[in-house]
Design a protein around this ligand. Structure first.
Ligand SMILES: NC(=O)c1ccc[n+]([C@@H]2O[C@H](COP(=O)([O-])OP(=O)(O)OC[C@H]3O[C@@H](n4cnc5c(N)ncnc54)[C@H](OP(=O)(O)O)[C@@H]3O)[C@@H](O)[C@H]2O)c1
Length: 332
């Protein structure tokens, strides 16, 4: 079947994006990746979603991050992304890295949630069906569920790779003491952990203490999610909560209670530093995460092409003077 639109990717798409090796693997990822957690569900505008994927690909963003439960409705981001691929990207699968995950609540009953073997094996098949893909490039355990032995989850990841349903395995949000067990077990099985996905931003630096060094020690790449703190590290909330914003949407995961006066004050002060650097706050916040070479990529979420364009500009200036880092450190 041929693609149904006349979309032709930009011929110069690879000239604009730096790529980094993902840990000690041979796989390079774009330093900015696109996440489909929000804005790609059945409640969202399919035209805007399609335009964002095209714009991303035209600018060298080869990596698209999904999970089984992204929507809403859960599953609809995978369904929509599959349609975008079928309609526009039939000849470009080998130029893309597509990831998905399982582990958060997805379907009814005792097997639709958590990190059991049952959940992971069923999930990967469901996600392949929804997207219409033959395989994922990366399949993640989305979380440690607090009960399932990590050995059970890790064996499922190994089997998913060995069965050809994913090329690489990754983990997300595992506490360091369990991440260590998973890294070792995956390495012993000859399926080393390609990548570790954790929240990391100017407003959330927890990974600096243990996970970043641990992942590097085991040769795992690191990819940061919510690098803009879901929009708090942009100019969006500097003057209140706009109507069209994640915090204002009933389906958004950013709660209005998280838009605190302290956060807004910090964002204002960071914004002043960004202005002096000739950047938007979003650009500076992404550049700040990317300055660490252990960070393979940042996954941005966007609700418009304009936001994506702004975020890609972060790549033009990712170094910081010591005084800038000092001033930023005092604020956060
Ligand atoms: N592993 C996990 O458990 C996990 C958890 C969360 C996320 N993730 C992954 O990480 C991805 C990114 O997470 P995220 O969406 O929270 O990331 P984020 O980049 O921190 O926040 C994205 C939101 O910030 C706002 N924004 C982005 N760029 C902007 C700009 N230039 N100017 C103004 N506002 C801007 C938009 O909000 P508005 O909608 O208000 O415009 C956008 O929806 C997800 O899509 C998903 O793939 C993984």
């Amino acid at each position: 079947m041929n693609q149904t639109t006349d979309y032709q990717p930009d011929a110069h798409r690879y000239a604009r994006m730096p790529y980094a090796y993902c840990g000690k693997s041979g796989l390079r990822l774009p330093r900015v990746s696109l996440g489909l957690w929000h804005n790609f569900g059945s409640v969202d505008d399919f035209g805007v979603a399609t335009d964002m994927v095209k714009y991303a690909f035209d600018h060298g963003v080869t990596h698209f991050d999904l999970a089984n439960n992204y929507g809403p409705a859960p599953g609809s981001a995978e369904t929509n992304f599959g349609r975008i691929l079928r309609e526009n990207f039939q000849d470009y699968r080998d130029e893309m890295i597509i990831s998905s995950k399982a582990g958060h609540e997805m379907w009814a009953g005792p097997y639709g949630d958590g990190s059991s073997r049952k959940n992971l094996m069923a999930s990967v098949d469901q996600s392949l069906r929804r997207t219409g893909l033959d395989y994922f490039d990366i399949f993640y355990s989305h979380r440690y569920d607090g009960v399932t032995p990590v050995e059970e989850t890790t064996r499922a990841l190994i089997d998913i790779v060995k069965q050809g349903k994913a090329l690489y395995a990754g983990i997300s949000k595992y506490p360091p003491h369990l991440a260590r067990v998973v890294y070792q077990m995956l390495a012993d099985a000859g399926v080393p952990c390609l990548i570790s996905q954790y929240r990391y931003s100017l407003f959330d630096r927890e990974v600096e203490a243990e996970i970043l060094p641990l992942a590097a020690r085991f040769g795992s790449g690191f990819i940061a999610f919510s690098p803009l703190a879901q929009g708090l590290l942009t100019d969006k909330y500097l003057h209140g909560i706009p109507e069209r914003s994640r915090a204002a949407r009933s389906t958004g995961f950013l709660q209005t209670s998280q838009v605190t006066p302290e956060r807004i004050e910090a964002a204002r002060r960071l914004n002043a530093i960004a202005e002096r650097r000739g950047q938007t706050l979003a650009e500076m916040a992404l550049a700040w995460v990317l300055k660490d070479e252990r960070v393979t990529s940042v996954i941005v979420g966007t609700s418009s092409v304009a936001q994506l364009a702004d975020n890609l500009k972060a790549l033009e200036h990712t170094t910081f003077a010591p005084e800038e880092l000092d001033a930023i450190g005092k604020i956060v």
